[in-house]
Design a protein around this ligand. Structure first.
Ligand code: FCB
Length: 442
């Protein structure tokens, strides 16, 4: 028997997640340009140089998308409010943008869906990118202003607010690996972004807390770091990868410190007097979001500069992204966060899902592997709860096939298929399986 909602605590929240730039479309409604518009317009960065300018046109089609969430029997919707739509130059308010999110939140409430808002899911306004983006401390202050502005409008109706989605992607993937906007590959820029994105989080929490806003959290992504071999060098390589990916952000927030194994490489490149920011970064949060997709095998690479890492392909079955399917890793992180960091604080699985090369045949999409993936990760979540983690909800990534950043529209994560020519939505078999699992008896 597949799991159902009755296998989870009665207050457990099931939902789906999206992000503004990936679904809304951005070239209208007074929305300003963001660094993804220019990153994608630069050859070699994004598959087919695709951008989020049209995306799923959720800006206009949102009522039917919310209907789909409701009809999937879900309780909540995790969405993000684009900084570039609300403040096109990062500072000045766009009333149409505010109105859009106002309607969207009311639309959720009208359908009985709890709005789980994310403030920063990567739409950095170009005007702020011009000034150095996350390498510039001033961006943190502007972010706190944005947090306050949008919360004055929506804060009376949202169920929870996450400051930042996946600081590892914002900082490391985008400033060291160079795979996401702004596409830098520079250790000094990376060190600054690693710190400033946390400072932005802390300043926003401080501001919103001061306004009396409840349920403030952050969404971190975790990637199970496994040594490629039992050699001491590879074990240490995996520890460095674990430090950068899985320890840096949560330890700053819960211990007001950064792991030594990462400072070994980053300390010379950090902003001046970064230590003084740690009490702001380490403020109390009300909940933690865990995004989890996969694991990686890490080997020591003596030829590469710090962190001396080389990824080694693993043996497990893979998704369309080439990511190994490893549900145990979700159990590991949920229990590790509870045990080592947040204790009884609510934890939400804020993203988990798989890309699959779905096609529509005779009006239907059959995605059995995605069904297996979802239920295997729900089972891992249930085991984590049994092992003491206070997990309060699970959001599938994503409701819709959408703009998968550097992968363009090629990689499909949705429970609902999107035809990017006609924009037709077709619920996949996984959507129907989830709806069956979440049906209530009443
Ligand atoms: C996460 C992002 C999300 C989506 C999924 C597949 O890193 O938060 O926007 O791209 O991966």
């Amino acid at each position: 028997m597949p799991l159902t909602r009755f296998d989870f605590p009665s207050d457990f929240v099931f939902g789906a997640a999206t992000a503004a730039y990936q679904i809304e479309g951005s070239g209208f409604g007074g929305c300003g340009p963001c660094h993804w518009d220019t990153f994608s317009a630069t050859p070699g960065n994004v598959v087919r140089a695709e951008s989020g300018v049209r995306a799923c046109d959720h800006y206009h089609l949102w009522p039917q998308d919310l209907d789909l969430i409701k009809a999937a029997q879900m309780d909540a919707y995790r969405f993000s409010t684009s900084w570039a739509r609300v403040m096109p130059d990062g500072v000045t308010v766009n009333p149409d943008g505010m109105d859009f999110y106002d309607r969207l939140v009311d639309g959720m409430l009208a359908r009985g869906l709890k709005p789980f808002q994310t403030l920063y899911h990567w739409e950095l306004p170009s005007a702020l990118a011009d000034k150095g983006g996350w390498t510039n401390r001033d961006t943190c202050l502007r972010f706190a202003d944005f947090a306050e502005t949008i919360t004055r409008r929506l804060g009376d109706r949202v169920a929870s607010i996450a400051t930042v989605n996946e600081p590892w992607c914002v900082a490391w993937l985008s400033h060291f690996i160079g795979a996401h906007a702004p596409g830098l590959r520079d250790i000094r820029a990376a060190a600054r972004a690693m710190h400033h994105i946390l400072l932005a989080h802390g300043l926003a929490v401080e501001r919103l807390r001061g306004m009396g806003q409840p349920n403030l959290g952050i969404v971190l992504n975790f990637d199970h770091a496994e040594p490629a071999s039992p050699s001491a060098a590879d074990v240490q390589a995996a520890a460095r990868a674990d430090g950068i990916f899985n320890r840096w952000f949560i330890e700053a927030i819960t211990r007001q410190s950064y792991p030594e194994v990462v400072l070994d490489g980053l300390a010379p490149h950090m902003p001046d007097r970064w230590q003084e920011d740690m009490p702001i970064i380490g403020q109390k949060i009300d909940w933690l979001g865990v995004n989890y997709y996969t694991r990686h095998l890490h080997a020591h690479d003596p030829a590469a500069p710090w962190p001396h890492l080389r990824d080694v392909p693993g043996p497990l079955p893979k998704t369309q992204m080439g990511w190994e399917i490893y549900p145990d890793g979700l159990h590991t992180f949920l229990t590790r966060m509870a045990r080592d960091h947040v204790g009884d604080l609510p934890i939400y699985v804020t993203e988990n899902g798989m890309a699959f090369a779905d096609t529509v045949q005779d009006g239907a999409v059959t995605d059995g592997p995605r069904e297996d993936f979802v239920f295997a990760h729900l089972a891992a979540t249930k085991r984590a709860i049994a092992d003491g983690a206070n997990v309060k909800g699970f959001f599938y990534w994503s409701l819709l096939d959408n703009y998968e950043w550097a992968e363009g529209y090629e990689k499909r994560f949705g429970l609902v298929h999107v035809d990017f020519d006609s924009l037709a939505r077709t619920p996949k078999s996984s959507y129907h399986a989830v709806a069956r699992a979440l049906a209530r008896n009443d």
